[in-house]
Design a protein around this ligand. Structure first.
Ligand SMILES: Cc1cc2nc3c(=O)[nH]c(=O)nc-3n(C[C@H](O)[C@H](O)[C@H](O)COP(=O)(O)OP(=O)(O)OC[C@H]3O[C@@H](n4cnc5c(N)ncnc54)[C@H](O)[C@@H]3O)c2cc1C
Length: 427
């Protein structure tokens, strides 16, 4: 096979930038297209957890049983805008189907395999991009106000322990030491010891982009709105101003990848789980020595170098509905009553981001089933920061025609192929 020379990557979030970095290092000429609207990237505003313990997909029979009440409750961590429900329905159906034993086990195996090398990919990338100072070996805490709630998770913890996930049960005083801003709030907690924290996800991206530029990656500040083809190959990515030619194309547009994939003939059930954050100004104080999931409130708290970040769980409303901050504001009011240290901290900023989510919780990574010179790298859901560098490494191996570090079959877009989808592609 002829050695491809130019790789055109669409999207400069953690996934696209990681693809750019590893492809450039493998010797390709690399062009990255992105309008570079800093604030809209999920990779910018996330909680900063390299959550390698999260080997279980989201769709479980237990969650499905709770789904109707979660969707109907005003104060639920899962919000849906009812106008968006018809568009979301097919995704929800696939989500429900994914909780059955066989697909659940398949997703678990896929996640377990890819998560095993996620930390090493971060270390490789961060070392080359002079960003290791932003990686902290904190672990990741899941904390419970009530012992009952903790005990209800015991089955899940046992499953994770069987898979070899490292964890440590924390006593009340351990928790107080790790979370000095939340003294006496939690009765029990588990520390997942192999997880890391990125102390400033926005700066992490900036350092990777800087290293890419220094290595000669070309950034094109524009939006890709389609492709040009010759026979069964893609020849160029069209932007608003020009056509960018290349030998290989990588779609890494995060939650916006569905239409890009459709343009190359791939119908993938990608939707977005929107998530919010609030930044609180902590001044020089460190209220949390490790990122923490507050189980009862379904929020993640993460002490970053710029303040305390509180991220919310999930809102289904598509890519275009305006932000609605009232739920996360309400949660902040509630937790300020329980954790008085937070009461006086000024709010610095609020943010809405778009998780690119597949119904089976497994990202799409690999070659397009339609065009051999097109690669897909999106759909990382809650784990995109964790898996971005490893995805870049795997995509580069696939572009090189090398045997990838892991079997990519479970990540293929073809896992969604069905008669219905084939009709949609040809329609
Ligand atoms: C509140 C919240 C908390 C999170 N916490 C964590 C966490 O702690 N740990 C973790 O692992 N993950 C976390 N995530 C998930 C993680 O942030 C995402 O999965 C990840 O950032 C997705 O990266 P990406 O590169 O695929 O997409 P993005 O970062 O969204 O980047 C996609 C890029 O593609 C560009 N683009 C889109 N369309 C086009 C086009 N047509 N032409 C050119 N460019 C285009 C966009 O401008 C954007 O820059 C969180 C997400 C949210 C919302």
């Amino acid at each position: 096979m002829q050695h491809p020379k130019t790789v055109v990557i669409i999207g400069a979030g953690i996934v696209g930038l990681s693809c750019a970095f590893f492809a450039r290092r493998a010797g390709y000429h690399v062009r990255v297209i992105d309008p570079e609207v800093e604030s809209r990237r999920a990779s910018f505003g996330n909680a900063g957890v390299i959550a390698v313990c999260e080997t279980l997909p989201l769709a479980t029979p237990a969650l499905l049983r709770q789904l109707p009440s979660l969707l109907l409750s005003q104060s639920s961590p899962l919000q849906v805008r009812w106008r968006y429900l018809p568009a979301l329905a097919p995704w929800l159906v696939r989500f429900a189907r994914s909780s059955a034993r066989e697909p659940f086990d398949r997703s678990t195996n896929a996640l377990r395999t890819i998560l095993q090398t996620a930390v090493s990919a971060h270390i490789e990338l961060a070392t080359a991009c002079r960003a290791t100072d932003l990686l902290a070996e904190t672990g990741w805490i899941k904390a419970y106000q009530s012992i009952d709630a903790y005990q209800r998770q015991s089955n899940e913890l046992a499953v994770l322990a069987d898979m070899g996930v490292s964890m440590q049960a924390l006593t009340r005083s351990d928790i107080d030491a790790l979370a000095p801003g939340f003294k006496q709030v939690f009765a029990k907690a588990t520390l997942f010891t192999d997880c890391l924290q990125i102390k400033n996800p926005g700066e992490y991206l900036a350092r990777i982009a800087l290293a890419c530029t220094a290595q000669g990656v070309e950034f094109v500040h524009d939006t890709c709105n389609g492709f040009e083809f010759s026979n069964d190959r893609i020849t160029a990515a069209r932007t608003t101003t020009r056509a960018l030619e290349g030998d290989v194309f990588v779609i890494a547009g995060g939650a916006w990848s569905k239409n890009l994939a459709k343009a190359v003939g791939e119908a993938v059930p990608l939707d977005t789980e929107r998530g919010y954050h609030i930044m609180l100004d902590t001044g020089p104080r460190d209220l949390l020595h490790a990122p923490l999931l507050w189980h009862e409130k379904s929020v993640v708290l993460s002490q970053l170098d710029s303040g305390l970040r509180m991220t919310s769980s999930v809102e289904f409303a598509g890519l275009n509905a305006p932000p609605r901050y009232r739920n996360i504001d309400r949660t902040l009011t509630t937790i300020r009553r329980i954790a008085p240290e937070l009461a006086q901290l000024p709010v610095q900023s609020r943010w809405l981001g778009f998780r690119p989510s597949m119904p089976d919780s497994v990202p799409v990574i690999g070659t397009s089933t339609r065009h051999a010179n097109c690669f897909l790298a999106f759909g990382h859901g809650h784990l995109g920061l964790t898996l971005g560098p490893q995805t870049g490494r795997l995509i580069t191996q696939a572009i090189q025609g090398k045997q990838p570090d892991i079997n990519l079959a479970p990540f293929s877009p073809s896992r969604f192929a069905s008669r219905k989808f084939k009709v949609a592609i040809t329609a």
